[in-house]
Design a binder for this molecule. Structure first.
Ligand code: HEM
Length: 239
């Protein structure tokens, strides 16, 4: 017997969005759990959408978690997940540990919004002193695309000035644009931006999905085209 995957997924998603605290209850990682430089992967692990221990996570687990938790379409998440597993140290080329993503130069890059540069040692832990400089731009209830672009540009300028070894290729610039596009897409309104400031702060500062603050899985799928469109808007406003 074959299951219709779409039906099964949407049935699951419906259940989950009604009971966001069910199997996806938040808890902070233990000292044995692995975490990554990505605030969203860490949030998903902290809610057990992907294994809480952050170990041996497959491409399919990443893609399914982003679909079920965020309604991010597989055409957007799968290519990134496939690139991500090239950092794998698990011994299985189809799985990774979250801290494998600390590897510099695959996805991880200088000039992050909330992490230090590799030249200073720790390129993966959340650094309040860095994120505070970014969040200082988020003065309204929602983060517009121009505000997100301004915050990213200012952070890149400061990172470049502070780090003589600063390195930022055109490809890394694109990744960085996509990362800003992703928080706008998941916590905002379609391709218009306007991400809820409170939810974005919770993403970075607590690595938690803001169910308690009203977040529910978006009803409309976030397509790769949506994310690309947002990234292009961010790029166009970058200085
Ligand atoms: C398979 C999917 C994903 C993978 C493998 C991945 C991986 C990564 C990695 C390695 C970084 C570090 C880049 C850096 O050096 O700053 C990163 C950053 C980031 N990711 Fe993800 N990510 C994924 C999906 C998502 C999603 C769905 C979101 C939605 C909000 C997201 C939001 C972010 C943000 C906002 C940053 C920037 C963090 C910062 O600049 O401090 N990611 N991601």
């Amino acid at each position: 017997m074959r299951f219709d995957t779409t039906l099964v997924l949407s049935a699951l998603a419906a259940t989950v969005s009604c009971h966001p605290s069910g199997s996806a209850e938040f808890s902070k990682p233990s000292s044995k759990d692995r975490r990554s430089p990505c605030p969203m992967l860490n949030s998903l692990a902290n809610h057990n959408w992907i294994p809480r221990n952050g170990r041996n996570i497959s491409i399919d687990q990443l893609v399914t978690a982003m679909d079920l938790a965020l309604n991010l379409s597989p055409d957007s998440s799968r290519p990134v997940a496939e690139l991500a597993v090239t950092t794998s140290t698990t011994g299985n080329p189809n799985t990774l540990n979250l801290d494998d993503l600390n590897k510099h130069g695959v996805i991880e890059h200088d000039g992050s919004l909330s992490r230090g540069d590799i030249a200073f040692g720790d390129n993966h832990s959340f650094k309040p002193s860095i994120y505070n400089t970014v969040a200082a731009f988020f003065t309204k209830d929602v983060i517009s695309i121009p505000t997100a672009a301004k915050a990213r540009s200012a952070r890149l300028k400061a990172a470049r000035a502070a780090n003589p070894a600063f390195n930022f290729t055109a490809r890394e610039d694109q990744f960085s644009q996509f990362e800003t596009a992703l928080y706008l897409a998941v916590y905002g309104n379609g391709t218009e931006g306007n991400a809820k400031t409170k939810w974005v702060n919770i993403l970075f500062r607590e690595e938690r999905i803001p169910y308690n603050e009203g977040f529910r899985r978006p009803t409309d799928v976030i397509t790769n085209d949506d994310v690309v469109e947002l990234a292009q808007k961010v790029a166009a406003l970058s200085t």
